[in-house]
Design a protein around this ligand. Structure first.
Ligand code: FEO
Ligand code: CA
Ligand code: CA
Ligand code: CA
Length: 693
């Protein structure tokens, strides 16, 4: 175990106060400076305030199904022995009182350290870093001598989503799958000239995007996880790897290009953000801010084409990375349909390197954050999804066919087609406290931001349910379909995941500082704060727990921020006993069913982190910070298992003014390292015990 070196905890430059707490550099490279561009959703699709009146008649439909007793008033039951960061370390069950198993640790204090900080009694280990070889015959990382070939055999840049899977038949082995969302060229290359990148730099960028699959060995005593270089399952998927376009939009004219006259085979995956693990053992990964890689959308003459591009945030002339200089498919004037081949959920089989990964068109095209799959007892499959943009929508897909259990070849073949046929829906949220949402975050009289909802059908197979759009158009221009049917404009819906214990669905809504500003949708009950800097977390329950239901109940679990800020809400849990939390992004669940949230862009001015949240009983709303990540970094990909917590530390040191020549972080390699390196961190309890127990 590499205990954090106290010497590395030196204070470094302050984060900028760019929108959402992110640095300008992160905005530039990660999402193509989305915050500085106009909001792509200019539809007059009504926002919820307009719909409240019509909702009243429906308000009783779900009230009973909406669950949970609010935690309000539970403080007394908690008693004095509850969660306590001031704990003296006497961690018996009696000491922890009603704090649920999984959350019994001393919360980490907010900080701005250049380190990963974990609770007392826990240790951390770097599993793998950007540039570490995973394939045989690849050179060790050397930023002065990188080649595209080496990069394509090394762990990629800016790891994001993580999955840690069992590897049956190999003792103490696991399979790690990681997304590599984006590259930050000025942090990767010495002497980088953004006006004139070299072909080699561009090709290193292509090779550093995508996904990694790498087998890890687990030390049975320490819990350390060590890559097995050259394992037969190890692979890199990059911006140039082959993907089968599958599902109802495959073969559409909208997907055809010069290189692919059939609209059947796309090259590469880009900006893979969050993801999910299917019940049949494959990985889903969301292609998010793909717009930024394409040049010259602003010069497109055709008005319909230009409007479609603009709805997806494509505009302007040269792209930031100038890839169009080395491959014309990144120039929309030359290949107008190439952007349509990105913005999908991709499916990859980590156990089958010979299976070409798929782009699943049935799940729609938008800025996919991630995908939260679930199978019910009848074998029906649902996938929940968020479109991470201010004022964009939440979706679900329900499969036509049922999953086959077992690991036979025929079951696997069947299950790997499940996401090609089914029905795509978009969400409409209706509050039950009409007229009481004033945008300040003040709770309505019923004590909750809550209400009912509707899944609006968009398309199923070749059938469109959207007036004026064919099914192919619905799949390829899904945002426009959502506009037409009156979906609810949300505050950046990011990760949407199902709690395997309860079947309830949790969505992180990161922030939206434009909520309620001039000409923009005002606060509504599902997005109850104007100028929403800190975001919120929504809990959704399908009617009767039916994954295919077309109506649902919902309520907000958290309205984030400094607990001393009166606009925050922790389900009624005593605010003096919770950790500050801002900008929820990725969500996960531990084996006990507690919610875990990682943050992106902490607008409270301290480093991002990982938090555990109790969902039930008297401690519902209890929020505890488990770790913080280094200066400038974002916490991604949390995996929370019985004895491991893994996080992806994305873009360490990415603060304004930083570059390869002037790094703002020494993480993870310390003073003798060369550059800050995005890495995967494994946290275990002392003596490799159960986390939080
Ligand atoms: Fe890649 Fe929406 O964060
Ligand atoms: Ca209410
Ligand atoms: Ca995210
Ligand atoms: Ca993120």
């Amino acid at each position: 175990m590499n205990r954090r070196d106290a010497a590395q905890r030196r204070k470094l430059p302050l984060l900028s106060d760019h929108i959402g707490g992110r640095s300008q550099l992160t905005c530039l490279y990660r999402c193509g400076d989305a915050c500085s561009h106009p909001v792509p959703n200019t539809s007059d699709n009504p926002y919820m305030g307009d719909l409240i009146a019509s909702a009243v008649s429906r308000r009783s439909v779900f009230k009973a199904g909406v669950v949970v007793t609010a935690g309000a008033g539970a403080a007394g039951a908690l008693g004095s022995a509850a969660y306590a960061s001031e704990s003296d370390g006497a961690q018996s069950s009696a000491f922890w009182g009603s704090v649920p198993r999984g959350l019994r640790f001393d919360a980490v204090e907010p900080n701005r350290d250049d380190a990963v900080t974990v609770p007392d009694g826990y240790e951390q280990q770097i599993v793998i870093r950007w540039g570490d070889p995973i394939l045989d015959g690849v050179n060790e990382f050397d930023p002065t001598a990188q080649t595209p070939e080496d990069a394509a055999g090394q762990f990629g840049y800016n790891c994001d989503f993580l999955a840690l899977l069992d590897l049956p038949g190999e003792r103490r082995s696991k399979v790690l799958v990681a997304n590599h969302e984006y590259t930050s060229e000025s942090m990767m290359h010495y002497g980088y000239d953004s006006a004139a990148p070299t072909r080699e730099q561009v090709e290193i960028g292509w090779a550093s995007h995508g996904l990694s699959v790498v087998v890890l060995k687990e030390d049975k005593n320490s819990g350390d996880l060590t890559p097995v270089v050259g394992h037969e399952l190890n692979r890199r998927v990059t911006a140039t790897s082959e993907f089968v376009l599958s599902g109802p939009a495959a073969g559409s004219d909208l997907l055809k290009t010069t290189a692919d006259a059939e609209g059947a085979l796309a090259l590469g995956t880009l900006n893979n953000c969050a993801g999910g693990v299917t019940p049949w053992g494959t990985i889903l990964s969301g292609e998010e801010n793909f717009n930024q890689y394409f040049a010259n959308a602003g010069q497109v003459a055709d008005a319909t084409a230009k409007a479609r591009l603009a709805r997806y945030g494509l505009s302007g002339n040269a792209s930031e990375r100038k890839w169009e200089q080395y491959d014309p498919r990144f120039d929309v004037l030359q290949e107008p349909n190439e952007p349509n081949r990105f913005g999908w959920i991709v499916e990859l089989d980590p156990y089958d390197p010979d299976w070409t990964p798929r782009k699943r068109t049935a799940l729609g095209r938008f800025k996919h954050e991630g995908a939260g799959p679930r199978v019910d007892r009848q074998g029906r499959v649902v996938v929940y999804m968020g479109d991470d943009e201010r004022f964009d929508y939440m979706y679900k897909f329900v499969s036509k066919h049922r999953m086959k259990s077992g690991s036979s070849r025929s079951a696997r073949e069947h299950n790997r087609k499940l996401l090609d046929e089914g029905t795509l829906y978009v969400a409409k949220f209706t509050g039950d406290s009409p007229g009481e949402i004033d945008g300040t975050g003040a709770l309505p009289d019923d004590g909750a931001f809550d209400g009912s909802g509707e899944w609006i059908k968009l398309a199923s197979g070749d059938e469109s349910f959207v007036d004026g759009m064919t099914a192919e158009e619905v799949y390829v221009f899904t945002r426009l379909a959502g506009d037409k049917v009156g979906a609810t404009k949300m505050d950046r819906p990011e990760d949407v995941e199902v709690n395997p214990k309860s079947g309830k669905v949790y969505a992180a809504l990161t922030n939206n500082t434009q909520r309620g500003t001039s000409g923009r949708a005002a606060a509504d009950e599902a997005n109850p704060r104007n100028s929403n800097k800190h975001g919120h977390v929504l809990e959704l329950e399908e009617r009767h727990g039916d994954v295919a239901a077309v109506t649902f109940g919902w309520r907000l679990l958290l309205v984030c921020g400094d607990p001393e800020d009166p606009s925050t809400y922790f389900s009624g849990y005593p605010k003096e006993k919770v950790s500050p939390i801002s900008c929820p992004d990725n969500v996960a669940f531990d084996p006990q069913g507690n919610l875990w949230i990682s943050t992106d862009g902490n607008a409270l001015g301290t480093n991002d982190g990982l938090f555990g949240v109790s969902l039930t009983g008297s401690t519902r709303g209890l929020t505890k910070q488990f770790l913080t990540v280094p200066l400038g970094a974002e916490t991604c990909g949390p995996v929370v298992q019985d004895r491991h917590i893994l996080v992806a530390v994305q873009h360490p040191g990415e603060v304004d003014g930083a570059s390869a020549e002037t790094p703002a972080s020494q993480w993870p390699d310390g003073p003798n390292g060369v550059l800050p390196r995005p890495s995967v961190v494994n946290v275990v309890k002392d003596r490799f015990g159960s986390i939080g127990c």
